[in-house]
Design a protein around this ligand. Structure first.
Ligand SMILES: [Zn+2]
Length: 328
């Protein structure tokens, strides 16, 4: 499934449509009634970890300002004193950009704060993407190759939202459901400026294999299997090393790599550049050593394919620990 940087790019694609009214809908989703979205206004767009959230409200309210009026109001609010709008709102998290990356901030459209995000229950549509999940703006995904029968069949979108401006958003390979508010904890979101290092370090120190902790979305939301493999290689840490056996400085480095790699990945996504991977799905590490592969994960949970270099990432043994991989 797409990891945090990919979903953040999806969110950036949806942002220009915030404030616009849905003029026409399409898509194959049976999970939600897509026609319910007709004539609603896209009010907000947020990303939390690996999930995208879009808020919709009734477009015409007899008392509510139009989208244009609201934009003006928001601009005025933004240029004035600090808005009281955020008060009393739980878990409202604006998409964050890396403070050092002005280019990214420019790409972040001037998404207004939403003063009235606390609408009635169920106006947030949550998107959870599958392995080939994606969002496209003003274009459809085309078949990249013919299928087994030789047909060139384009992927079928789950949802298409045509807006009054003439633009449209297309959502592929995703599950959607309505919810009352985004489930968000920016302190654990690896790409949020509110990401809490201390909390992350505490989690990494646990006496369990470090590769299990990294995929725990409670502490590292948005961090997925590719990021896990790459940062463990960069930090020269064996995936099954118990966090409690590592020096604090090693854990700090690992965290630095996690953040840096995630932002580099986001940057490359926004600039249509290929991300250069060191170890994920490789047979050799960059130094030419043979890479090992195993299916690793807690016994009661999901196991993921893991690649590591036994020479660059030597095992840290604590007496009788068995670090042989559980290969399937
Ligand atoms: Zn190596």
């Amino acid at each position: 499934m797409p990891e945090g940087p990919s979903v953040r790019k999806f969110q950036l694609l949806t942002s220009p449509f915030v404030g616009q009214v849905v003029a026409k809908v399409g898509g194959s989703s049976r999970k939600i009634s897509v026609n319910d979205l007709n004539a609603l206004r896209l009010q907000d767009s947020q990303v939390h970890g690996k999930n995208l959230y879009l808020a919709f409200v009734a477009a015409e309210g007899p008392l509510g300002p139009t989208a244009e009026e609201e934009t003006v109001l928001r601009r005025e609010a933004a240029s004035g004193a600090s808005s009281p709008a955020q008060e009393g709102q739980e878990q409202v998290c604006t998409p964050q950009t890396h403070p050092q990356d002005e280019e990214l901030q420019e790409l972040q459209p001037s998404r207004p704060e939403v003063p009235d995000a606390a609408e009635g229950p169920g106006n947030w549509l949550r998107f959870h993407f599958g392995l080939f999940g994606s969002v496209r703006a003003n274009e459809f995904s085309r078949a990249k190759k013919a299928n087994k029968r030789g047909d060139w069949k384009d992927p079928v979108p789950r949802l298409v939202l045509h807006f009054e401006s003439g633009g449209f958003l297309v959502f592929y390979n995703c599950r959607m459901h309505w919810c009352s508010s985004p489930r968000a904890n920016p302190a654990s979101d690896i790409l949020s400026v509110e990401f809490h290092r201390g909390q992350a370090l505490d989690a990494l120190r646990a006496p369990i294999p470090i590769c299990y902790t990294l995929l725990d979305q409670r502490y590292f939301s948005g961090l997925g299997n590719i990021i896990k493999n790459e940062i463990l290689y960069l930090a020269k840490i064996h995936p099954l090393t118990q966090g409690s056996l590592l020096a604090l400085s090693d854990l700090e480095h690992l965290l630095d790599y996690a953040i840096q790699f995630s932002f580099d990945w986001l940057y490359s996504k926004l600039h249509d550049k290929r991300l250069h991977l060191q170890i994920y799905q490789k047979k050799q590490c960059p130094l030419g050593h043979t890479v090992m592969k195993g299916t690793l994960g807690p016994s009661n949970s999901f196991k993921r394919l893991t690649w590591w270099c036994p020479r660059c990432q030597p095992a840290v043994l604590s007496g009788d620990r068995d670090l042989s991989p559980v290969t399937e």
